[in-house]
Design a protein around this ligand. Structure first.
Ligand SMILES: Cc1ncc(COP(=O)(O)O)c(C=O)c1O
Length: 391
C-alpha cells in the first residue's frame, strides 16, 4: 500500500479545480480585489449555510477572534477571560492581543471542550466574587469579563448550558469555531447563543481557502457593524476613523475560492462522519485507547478524529508504528497553552487533565478523499499494534 498522508489537498483540488479556477479568473477579470460584490456574495451565502443573521469576512481566524473580542468590550489591558488551555495557541493569544489576560480552564474529559462545570471550577479556584457581584482574579484582582469557548476537533460545546451559566455570572461569551464549520448543537450553529463566533479558512480547515481567511458570525447587528468597522481601520466613513482598527479584510480572491468550495462542504462533512463512525466501530473491540464520544451523534463535523491512549507512554510508540507503516498522524496539541513561553506571565500548575491529554492524544487521517481501502489499512495497523501488546 502506498503511503497514506495525514491530509492531502491535491486530492481535493482534483475535484474542485475547475470551479476554483473559473472563480479566480472572474475576480481577475473584474480587478476588484478588496471587499466588493464577491466578498458580499460569499458573506451572504455562508451566513445562509450557517443559519446566521450576519457574517463578516476578515483576514484570518486569529483576526476573527481578536476583532470579536474587541467588539465584546475587551481592550483595557486589565480584564480577564476564561479560556481553555487545551486548544490551538491562537485561541489564547487572541485574548492577549485584544488586550485581555487568560484565566485557564480545563475541558470536559470526554468531549475536550469546556462545560459549565469546568468553567465554574476555574472561576471558583482562580477568582473571587466581589461585593459588586464582579468576579476578580485572585492574583492581580483583574475583573473577569467573558468566556472564550473553543469547539475543538469539530465538536460543539454545550452552548445552551454555557450561555445560561455565563449570564448568571455577568459574563459575555464568544466562540472559537475555527475547527467546527457546519456543526450544530440542538439545531443551532456557533454564534447563535453568544456575542458571535470566529471561523478560520486556513487551507487545511474543513472549508479552506487558497491562503489565509476568516469570518465572524453573529446575531447582533451592532456586533456585525462594529466588526465591519474594525476590519477597515476603525472606519465607517472614508477617512473618518472613530477608533483604532485593523487592516483585516477577506480578499476577494479568497472569497471566490471559498464560495466555489462551499458547494462541496455538506458532502465533505457527510464523508467525514462516515469515516469517523467506521473508525469508532472498528476500534470498539480494543481497550488500548478511547475513541471520540458518540453520545451526541451528528454534532461533530470531525475536523479531527482524535483518539486518547490510556497510557500516555503508548501514544508515541503507536505514532512511530504508524509512521513506519507510511501512515500520517498528528498531535493536537503537544504543548498546552498554560505552558507556552508566550504566556509566561500566566504559567499555571495543576492543569492535570490538560497536561495528560497533551501527552496522550493522537489524530488520525480523516480528510474526505481518504479512500475506504486506505482507512481499512489504517485500522488494521492500529488493531495489530494493540493486539500484539506492542503498545
Ligand atoms: C481552534 C483554532 N483557533 C484559531 C485558529 C486560528 O485560525 P487562523 O490560522 O486562520 O488564524 C485555528 C486555526 O489555525 C484553530 O484551529
Amino acid at each position: 500500500m502506498s503511503p497514506i498522508p495525514f491530509f492531502d489537498l491535491t486530492r481535493q483540488y482534483g475535484q474542485v479545480g475547475d470551479q476554483v479556477k473559473s472563480a479566480v479568473l472572474s475576480v481577475l477579470s473584474s480587478q476588484q480585489f478588496i471587499l466588493g460584490e464577491t466578498v458580499s456574495r460569499f458573506e451572504k451565502r455562508i451566513a445562509d449555510y450557517l443559519g446566521s443573521s450576519h457574517a463578516v469576512g476578515v483576514a484570518s481566524g486569529t483576526d476573527a477572534l481578536i476583532l470579536l473580542l474587541k467588539a465584546s468590550g475587551l481592550g483595557s489591558g486589565d480584564a480577564a477571560v476564561l479560556v481553555p488551555s487545551f486548544t490551538f495557541y491562537a485561541s489564547a493569544s487572541s485574548v492577549c492581543l485584544a488586550g485581555g489576560r487568560p484565566v485557564w480552564t480545563e475541558v470536559d474529559e470526554k468531549l475536550y471542550v469546556v462545560s459549565p462545570e469546568t468553567l465554574e471550577d476555574a472561576l471558583q479556584t482562580q477568582c473571587v466574587r466581589g461585593e459588586d457581584g464582579v468576579f476578580r482574579t485572585r492574583e492581580g484582582n483583574h475583573p473577569v469579563r467573558g468566556v472564550l469557548v473553543v469547539h475543538l476537533y469539530g465538536q460543539m460545546a454545550d452552548m445552551a448550558g454555557i450561555s445560561a451559566w455565563a449570564s448568571s455570572r455577568g459574563l459575555w461569551v464568544v466562540e472559537d469555531a475555527c475547527q467546527s464549520i457546519g456543526a450544530r448543537k440542538d439545531g443551532k450553529s456557533a454564534g447563535a447563543l453568544s456575542k458571535g463566533a470566529a471561523y478560520s479558512f486556513f487551507p487545511t480547515k474543513n472549508l479552506g481557502g487558497g491562503g489565509d481567511g476568516g469570518l465572524v458570525t453573529t446575531e447582533d447587528p451592532r456586533v456585525a457593524d462594529h466588526i465591519r468597522s474594525l476590519r477597515v481601520h476603525g472606519s465607517r466613513q472614508r477617512y473618518i476613523h472613530e477608533e483604532l482598527g485593523y487592516n483585516s479584510r477577506l480578499d476577494a480572491i479568497q472569497a471566490a475560492i471559498l464560495e466555489a468550495k462551499l458547494e462541496f462542504l455538506p458532502g465533505w462533512t457527510d464523508r467525514r462522519r462516515v469515516l469517523a463512525k467506521r473508525y469508532s466501530d472498528a476500534f470498539s473491540s480494543q481497550d488500548v485507547f478511547r475513541t471520540p464520544d458518540w453520545t451526541d451523534e451528528g454534532n461533530s463535523v470531525y475536523h479531527q478524529y482524535t483518539i486518547e491512549f490510556h497510557r500516555p507512554s503508548d501514544r508515541d510508540r503507536v505514532k512511530k508504528i504508524l509512521s513506519d507503516a507510511g501512515i500520517g498522524s498528528e498531535i493536537y496539541y503537544p504543548v498546552p497553552q498554560h505552558r507556552q513561553m508566550a504566556f509566561k506571565p500566566f504559567f499555571r500548575s495543576g492543569m492535570d487533565l490538560t497536561d495528560r491529554l497533551s501527552s496522550s492524544v493522537l489524530s488520525l487521517p480523516i480528510f474526505p478523499e481518504l479512500s475506504d481501502l486506505e482507512q481499512a489499512h489504517i485500522v488494521q495497523v492500529l488493531l495489530d499494534a494493540s493486539r500484539k501488546g506492542g503498545v
